[in-house]
Design a protein around this ligand. Structure first.
Ligand SMILES: *[C@@H]1O[C@H](CO)[C@@H](O)[C@H](O)[C@H]1NC(C)=O
Length: 244
């Protein structure tokens, strides 16, 4: 009897500590098309067990991250495998030639969800970023946790409001993504690079304003004042939705 109690206690502790060292990211695709999510772990840390997968319209999938963990997620669109076996996508390709991104990031333009998960139930940060442009509407919502824990979302189709000089078009002429002004023009005033590398010398531009108007909750450029607005304590899991 005493033995059983000890076994039970050990199991309970094992489950508790295992839980404290992982976070579950649940992906849901509400878009009327297939997307291929990709992930990139920051700061030269090991990549997740999967760095890319296919997610059909209406499908759900789960990925587990270690804790702490910092990185980003995005959705590739218009992907196919060529006759030579090379996999590539019309938007947000990661240029790995495979469904998995294997440590490569997204080629802009790409809507990004950035998550910084900290240890011991401390303050997590997360957001939707349009700093590298837009391709697919996305949201990120903590599941559980304590504190603010609000959903960060860019539900609008920014492609429909994209000015001609920022448009990425498919062969049929349809707009499939919207470049950031930095990607399109590569100028310091849009990229917030020297000599425009401070909040004072890199104010919002008429271009970042377009993204801001479409998705006020998302980061529209490097010094957007929404810095660290989305926070949650207590080790939440996260739900990422494409076309929320
Ligand atoms: C933004 O401003 C630039 C420079 O003043 C101008 O050339 C461009 O036409 C403007 N674009 C939009 C979409 O307002």
């Amino acid at each position: 009897m005493k033995m059983n109690t000890q076994v039970l206690l050990s199991l309970t502790l094992a489950i508790f500590f295992a839980g404290a060292h992982a976070a579950t990211i649940t992906f849901t695709n509400n878009c009327p098309y297939t997307v291929w999510p990709g992930s990139l772990t920051s700061d030269q840390q090991p990549q997740l067990s999967t760095t890319g997968f296919e997610l059909a319209q209406g499908a759900k999938n789960e990925v587990t991250t270690p804790v702490p963990w910092k990185g980003r997620f995005w959705a590739r669109t218009g992907c196919s495998t060529a006759a030579d076996g090379k996999f590539s996508c019309a938007t947000a390709d990661c240029a790995s030639g495979q469904v998995t991104c294997n440590g490569n990031g997204a080629v802009p333009p790409a809507t990004l969800v950035e998550i910084n998960i900290v240890a011991d139930g401390g303050q997590d940060f997360y957001d939707v970023s349009l700093v590298d442009g837009f391709n697919v509407p996305m949201s990120v919502a903590p599941q559980g946790g304590t504190g603010d824990c609000q959903t960060s979302t860019c539900p609008a189709d920014v492609n429909a409001a994209c000015p001609a000089e920022l448009q990425l078009k498919a062969a049929d002429g349809s707009v499939i993504a919207c470049k950031s002004a930095c990607t399109a023009f590569n100028e310091p005033q849009y990229c917030c690079t020297p000599p425009n590398d401070t909040p004072e010398t890199c104010p919002p531009t008429n271009y970042s304003q377009i993204f801001e108007n479409q998705c006020p909750q998302a980061y529209s450029y490097a010094y957007d004042d929404k810095n660290s607005l989305f926070t949650c304590f207590g080790g939440p899991n996260y739900a990422i939705t494409f076309c929320p």
